[in-house]
Design a protein around this ligand. Structure first.
Ligand code: NAG
Ligand code: NAG
Ligand code: NAG
Ligand code: NAG
Ligand code: NAG
Ligand code: NAG
Ligand code: NAG
Ligand code: NAG
Ligand code: NAG
Length: 744
């Protein structure tokens, strides 16, 4: 296959599903845009978040997955005055030109900045189109599609796509130094094809088009960084923002960095919105916001949820921008088509069940009061408590038996008290059963979990040590007062606790539930989850609670005999995200797993764990969007999951409110599930990640376990000091009251 000549017919397989349906969801609602119409989605260089910017593949993919999106092309000029779409004037950044023209490197002064690289006006268009292929300019993105696609002439975009086209002319005065006229070029193509939008950060350029392009063409003035000087007026963009009536003399709209509208602090927290949209609308200007990408660091206020960011620009009650410029057009398309004007007070306990994972642990430290409060406020229907035990035998909610994972123990007075427990792990740990409840509450603080820290992604730093620890009894008392479908209590290492700690965790959990009144009340379901069948067997012997078997391994299916085994002790099953959609190197494979079907057809509801908003936790096929990931699990062609176990209940709950559910054949393309293996198929052989060995089915030997050992009372924990002190306090009080009454 020749360089830059990837056959675009391969798109067909990938987009087959997308093409089956084309009806975009129509919204009757009125928008707070200038026109009252829905905001425009502008696909920057096509679907450039995943495929090389401005490749035919990226453009095609954007137009198919977001049918009403405008296609954005950054116009550059070649030596012979031809127009090409390239996101950067330095071709080194977005093409693999050094492979073809190793010695072509030059240095030019581009609007006052010295830039070293390869420049379009040094090459003839025929040479570039023949010799140079595109690559992903952003280093953190996948390079699997680099080198596959040729540079695209502007005319091709204008003639090929039925969607609106947006031409951005970033440099006019620079090209004029080489006797290349952007003005002449743009006027010629807009005469021939008609252009819907033309934007530029140069006043003189837009002025030069005024009255010479079709009245239907919108001219949009692009604001750059506030401190940058606009070349024709010598004013900074920041100061030009103060004179919108001047902008209106030559433009019908403005394109601004999104921080112009919703500024963020240095430490990345959102500030109240500015008046830019209102001011511009009052001046009769449309406002387009730029720089959206699902895989850039979002403000912490969005909890790593890119769809939430779009909603804050289009559905915030105060205003809506008129369009968003994005590398991931599918997410704003879904936001606009299915996620605005949602009725948050709608309580809907139907499938899929939203189950928290350590509370709203994406926003607050695991299993703290704040994490549980947030989970409930965010619409979790079930909140969860993973049970650990303290030295004084108190069951607590803690996501890890090693306090080093989720508390400040390593920097506390207990820092030197590590233990190696081979039954748990080879490395030293600070175990919950080595500290009393009082030790923990008085001396430690919770610490927010950071499952994606290897990608340098950390959860809300301002909440790093927020909240209070919870005992199981505190958790149950809290949950009981809330409008929940139920609670889920996870029990692990029961055998270890019985033998080595003398702690009968099953009995203790049953007692805590009894004490909290859960054994009598029926409004909330009690779910007990464990990866060890022996725990569930014991609960089944003693209670009528709903028992959830968590399958720890990655499995592709479950044989009928093993499903029958599970049915003996469980009412539902939790399975790993990757068992349902297997992935290699973060791309979905085309392996078809039947696990969900096998379990559901046996009457076992299936819950998927663990969903996270951070895009690095998701395969690329979900487009770095937690909502589309959830959609893939719920909208599966052969059966959606029954529950979502998530660190971010807000995202899962909002998903359930979306207005594009159950639309059958009318489901908008952007809400269809991905075709597993679709992305891999479009890579060159050499770039394809290694094939994944088929996942083994779940077998009886994985499931059946010996019964729990008896509790070894020789190792039983000392009685709780807290409890003893409580008794003392009460007796002192009683004594005082008696004395008082005697004194009367
Ligand atoms: C591409 O350009 C951007 C902005 O000019 C720059 O930050 C980035 O480092 C460049 N990337 C490469 C690979 O040169
Ligand atoms: C541009 O054209 C002018 C006048 O025709 C000529 O003097 C100049 O050398 C040309 N510059 C370049 C870079 O070709
Ligand atoms: C812009 O400012 C520079 C230096 O301050 C000056 O040389 C130039 O003439 C000015 N241009 C215009 C159009 O005012
Ligand atoms: C705004 O720009 C117009 C046109 O350049 C100018 O006449 C007017 O004085 C400016 N207004 C302000 C407040 O700077
Ligand atoms: C963003 O989060 C911070 C910290 O929680 C909060 O103080 C701020 O008000 C939030 N910003 C907005 C616009 O809600
Ligand atoms: C929102 O949902 C609630 C509960 O279902 C309902 O009572 C209310 O009328 C709905 N509000 C709107 C504006 O539809
Ligand atoms: C922690 O508890 C285990 C089990 O009771 C015990 O063997 C170990 O010595 C304890 N470690 C510390 C530091 O107290
Ligand atoms: C899965 O993909 C591989 C390689 O891309 C291909 O050989 C195989 O036929 C595909 N299997 C299915 C079931 O589509
Ligand atoms: C499950 O519990 C049993 C005791 O009931 C124990 O022997 C077994 O090792 C446990 N299995 C796992 C995988 O931890």
């Amino acid at each position: 296959m020749g360089r830059g000549s990837h056959d675009c017919s391969v798109l067909r397989s990938l987009l087959l599903l997308l093409c089956l349906s084309s009806a975009a969801a129509q919204k009757a609602s009125t928008w707070k845009t200038l026109s009252g119409d829905a905001p425009l989605v502008i696909a920057k260089g096509g679907f450039s978040g995943l495929f090389p910017d401005s490749s035919d593949f990226a453009l095609n993919f954007a137009s198919l997955s977001s049918p009403s999106a405008a296609l954005w092309c950054d116009v550059q000029l070649t030596k012979d005055g031809a127009g090409i779409c390239l996101p950067d004037i330095n071709m080194d950044n977005c093409t693999i030109i050094p492979n073809a023209y190793l010695n072509g490197v030059k240095t030019y002064n581009v609007n006052g900045v010295s830039v070293k690289g390869w420049f379009p006006m040094d090459y003839k268009s025929t040479d570039l189109l023949r010799d140079v292929s595109l690559k992903q300019p952003i280093n953190s993105r996948t390079d699997k599609f680099d080198g596959l696609f040729a540079i695209v002439p502007v005319e091709d975009v204008l003639s090929k796509y039925k969607t609106p086209v947006w031409l951005n002319v970033q440099y006019d005065s620079f090209y004029s130094q080489f006797n290349l006229s952007m003005r002449n070029y743009i006027l010629s193509v807009s005469k021939q094809y008609g252009v819907d939008y033309i934007s530029s950060p140069e006043v003189n350029f837009l002025n030069s088009l005024l009255g010479r392009v079709s009245k239907k063409t919108k001219l949009v003035f692009r604001f750059l960084d506030e401190h940058t000087v606009e070349p024709s007026t010598n004013q900074t963009y920041g100061s030009m923002l103060k004179n919108l009536t001047f902008i209106k003399t030559f433009a019908s709209g403005v394109l601004v960095p999104k921080q112009y509208i919703l500024p963020v602090t240095q430490d990345n927290y959102l500030q109240p919105h500015t008046s830019v949209v209102d001011d511009a609308h009052k001046a009769g200007l449309e406002v387009y916001a730029a720089d959206f990408a699902n895989d850039f660091l979002l403000s912490y206020n969005y909890s790593y949820d890119p769809l939430m960011e779009y909603l804050s620009f289009i559905d915030n009650g105060a205003f809506s921008v008129d369009g968003v410029l994005t590398d991931f057009p599918i997410t704003p398309s879904a936001a606009i088509g299915c996620f605005t004007n949602l009725n948050n007070s709608k309580t809907d306990h139907a499938k899929p069940l939203v189950i928290s994972h350590n509370g709203a642990s994406g926003d607050y430290p695991d299993c703290t009061d704040l994490a549980y409060q947030k989970a409930v406020a965010d619409g979790a229907e079930v909140i969860d408590c993973p049970v650990q035990v303290t030295k004084d035998g108190i069951p607590i909610c803690m996501s890890s038996i090693d306090l080093g994972d989720v508390t400040t123990v390593a920097t506390s007075q207990f820092a030197s008290q590590t233990t190696i427990i081979q039954d748990i792990k080879g490395a030293p740990g600070f175990y919950s059963f080595n500290l009393t409840w009082e030790d923990i509450v008085k001396n430690l603080k919770p610490r927010i979990s950071s499952p994606m820290s290897k990608y340098d992604m950390h959860r809300n730093p301002r909440n790093r040590n927020a909240g209070n620890f919870m005992r199981l009894s505190d958790f149950l008392a809290f949950a009981k007062g809330e409008d929940l479908s139920g609670v889920m209590i996870s029990v692990e290492r029961a055998a270890f606790m019985a033998e080595k700690l003398g702690f009968g965790v099953v009995d203790v959990v049953i007692k805590a539930l009894d004490d909290s009144g859960y054994s009598k009340q029926t409004a909330q379901k009690v779910m007990i989850q464990s990866t060890n069948s022996s725990v569930l067997v014991k609960f089944k012997q003693q209670t009528k609670y709903n028992l959830v078997y968590m399958i720890e391994e990655l499995v592709g299916d479950a044989a009928p005999s093993s499903v029958a085994d599970i049915k003996k002790f469980a009412d539902a099953v939790s399975v790993n995200t990757l068992s349902i959609y297997p992935a290699t190197a973060k791309f979905l494979t085309n392996q078809t797993n039947h696990l969900v079907q096998s379990l559901q057809s046996a009457g076992l509801p299936v819950y998927v764990y663990v969903l996270m908003n951070e895009f690095v936790s998701q395969p690329y096929d979900f487009f770095s969007d937690a909502t589309l990931q959830i959609n893939a699990y719920v909208n599966r062609p052969d059966g959606g999951v029954d529950g979502l176990i998530t660190d971010f209940p807000a995202t899962a709950h909002r998903y359930k409110l979306n207005s594009c559910m159950n639309m059958g054949n009318n489901t908008p393309v952007f809400m269809l599930p991905p075709q597993p293996g679709g992305l891999i198929q479009n890579m060159l052989g050499a770039a394809q990640p290694p094939a994944l060995a088929p996942m083994p089915p779940l077998t009886e030997s994985d499931i059946v376990e010996p019964p729990l050992p008896p509790v070894n009372h020789a190792t039983a924990p000392a009685p709780s000091h807290a409890a003893i002190r409580m008794h003392t306090d009460v007796s002192i009080l009683v004594t005082l009251m008696l004395c008082a009454s005697l004194m009367i």
